[in-house]
Design a binder for this molecule. Structure first.
Ligand code: ASP
Length: 352
């Protein structure tokens, strides 16, 4: 039990992105501000009464420059500070936030504290900013406990009133404040007058284990998006990339693709060379059911693996994570068909 003098501690990690910018009053240009001074720009933070520390990445980056090395750096930052804080809030550009959230969900195995990613469409220094509300609510969620235990113990994205499982989330809007959606998994919480947690969908470890951090990812993977008219040259050029180990194949509808002979032959040859091909739908909601139509079934028969209802960012980072462990193609295929940390809806759960 926590005593009455216990002070909640939250670590804010600022990687970069729109949220941490203010308008230069003289030039009107958006410039990053020193995040150590966040309390000056968001004085409301003092009202929490929490100990809020900040770490600012140097240099801060536009999230379009995100790289697996930076994910490893984020993991290290969390590991180094794990015992000193109740929760972590990562401020991140919106463009690749869903990739980062997915990667971290795999890299931080047995997480038992909240890691909340947030950002904004308008800088925190702008009058109509969505950044303040996103930041303040993310901190409140990262600090939330019930019976002395964190309510959230997974990697999440909080954006405009919705707390979503990070590896289920996709950026769906470049303009509106509701920029993220988790179409195949319900929100873990909604914020309104109160923050309402949906306990039945929040991840709960049955038998908590010590945090196990993973740092290695293998980038020898690619996303191949189908479109009517895609040429054999394009498909072959991609499947013959030297060192290629895994492909996320973005198919139509419930996992369908052209039945042209050259296409199936190219995929089959790649699979025979040990490349793991994962079928993920181009649709925003729903998932792959390869045995539903003849066209999907042909993919199944040549050895394409189902990505179920995975987002593209979860599927590609999962491949990077699994190949980062030097697993064989058949081991990777096997793990792709399990839910490692709630990223797909299948009964095959790896955790617990
Ligand atoms: N390009 C920016 C980034 O992703 C956009 C944002 O911050 O939302 O870093």
């Amino acid at each position: 039990m926590q005593n009455e003098f216990y002070q909640t501690s939250i670590l804010l990690i600022y990687t970069g992105g729109t949220i941490g910018m203010i308008e230069n009053p003289e030039t009107g240009i958006l410039e990053p501000f020193n995040f150590q001074h966040i309390q000056t720009h968001v004085p409301e933070l003092k009202r929490f009464g929490f100990n809020i520390s900040t770490i600012q990445f140097n240099p801060t980056i536009d999230s379009s420059d995100m790289e697996p090395e930076i994910w490893a750096k984020l993991v290290k930052t969390i590991v180094d500070n794990y015992n000193d804080y109740d929760g972590f809030v990562i401020l991140h550009g919106t463009d690749t936030m869903a990739y980062t959230a997915s990667a971290l969900s795999f890299m931080l195995e047995n997480l038992s504290k909240p890691v909340i990613l947030t950002g904004s469409q308008l800088p925190i220094g702008r009058l109509r900013t969505d950044g303040k509300e996103n930041l303040i609510t993310s901190i409140e969620i990262a600090a939330a406990k019930e019976n002395g235990k964190p309510i959230i113990s997974e990697v999440c994205i909080f954006f405009q009133n919705h707390l979503m499982r990070g590896n289920r989330t996709a950026k769906i809007n470049a303009e509106h404040f509701n920029a993220f959606r988790s179409n195949n998994y319900p929100p873990l919480a909604r914020s309104g007058v109160h923050i309402k947690y949906e306990k039945n969908v929040i991840y709960q470890a049955i038998s908590p284990k010590p945090l196990k951090a993973h740092y290695k990812l293998d980038s020898n993977v690619v996303i191949l998006k189908l479109f009517p008219g895609i040429s054999k040259e394009t498909v072959d050029a991609i499947l013959n990339i030297p060192g290629l180990k895994g492909v996320v194949l973005e198919t139509y509808g419930t996992g369908n693709a052209t039945t042209r002979e050259w296409f199936l032959e190219s995929l089959k040859a790649a699979i025979d060379r040990g490349i793991v091909i994962v079928n993920v739908t181009q649709c925003q909601s729903g998932g792959v059911e390869m045995q539903r139509y003849g066209t999907g079934n042909t993919l199944y028969e040549i050895g394409v693996v189902s990505g179920y209802d995975s987002t593209v960012s979860a599927a590609i980072t999962k491949l990077m994570f699994l190949f980062g462990h030097d697993l064989t193609p058949s081991e990777v295929r096997e793990y792709m068909q399990c839910s490692l940390i709630g990223e797909v809806t299948i009964n095959n759960n790896y955790y617990d």
